[in-house]
Design a binder for this molecule. Structure first.
Ligand SMILES: Cc1cc2nc3c(=O)[nH]c(=O)nc-3n(C[C@H](O)[C@H](O)[C@H](O)COP(=O)(O)O)c2cc1C
Length: 200
């Protein structure tokens, strides 16, 4: 059974959704990053994929990827996105609508440094050519790269990232003893938010 946390028993929801994000999301120095779905809709065609939420701050949510990827091509013309984070252990879901913009260079550097050695290497070797190799060659090339860079390596030129500035945040909370419900924050455009409760 899921025990209600502070947010679940609170009837007066905070005017600022970041107070809830503080409760819901791990701090940026937690090495276990939340997994989220990024949905894009370039030319009216929906697409979605799983990403790590690298960081979040008072501006929004950051993710990182390869500049040659399909999502990057889609975002160049259609930066409106949705993010979905599901926390099954806590019966929670956070849905974000927003607009993606390139992340600042210092944030890109910080995010790359905080990735595990495996993910840093993946950022270098995650190419179509590599994917087309037989497994034995992929393992050999992976090991060779690691041996050739025993002293470490910096971020590849293809490393890129985005900040999603939210326009709407919807916090869903399930409760096995009663109906689920959502609290939805919509940006008013002047830095404030309207908040309303919705059926789950
Ligand atoms: C758990 C998980 C985490 C992932 N994290 C990332 C990530 O942070 N960045 C990334 O570019 N791809 C990540 N991927 C791979 C993406 O889901 C996707 O396959 C890749 O980014 C290509 O997507 P695109 O063709 O839509 O651009 C992750 C996949 C999984 C299953």
């Amino acid at each position: 059974m899921t025990l209600p946390g502070d947010a679940e028993i609170r009837d007066n929801w905070p005017a600022d959704p970041w107070l809830l994000l503080d409760e819901w999301l791990p701090p940026n120095d937690d090495p276990v990053r939340p997994v989220m779905t990024l949905a894009t809709a370039a030319d009216g065609i929906p697409d979605a994929r799983t990403l790590l939420l690298s960081e979040w701050d008072e501006h929004g949510f950051y993710f990182h990827t390869d500049s040659r990827s399909r999502k990057v091509r889609q975002l160049a013309t259609h930066p409106a996105v949705a993010l979905m984070l599901h926390f099954p252990d806590r019966a929670r879901q956070l849905t974000v609508q927003g607009v993606a913009e390139p992340a600042p260079a210092d944030e890109l550097r910080r995010a790359f440094r905080s990735r595990s050695p495996y993910l840093q290497q993946l950022a270098w070797q995650n190419t179509v050519e590599f994917a087309g190799l037989p497994l034995v060659d992929r393992i050999r090339a992976w090991t060779a790269f690691r041996d050739d860079h025993a002293d470490g390596f910096g971020q590849p030129p293809t490393w890129t990232g985005y900040l999603v500035r939210p326009t709407r945040l919807t916090f869903w909370i399930g409760n096995p003893d009663t109906a689920s419900r959502r609290t939805e924050y919509t940006a008013t455009g002047d830095g404030a938010w309207t908040v309303r409760l919705l059926a789950g």
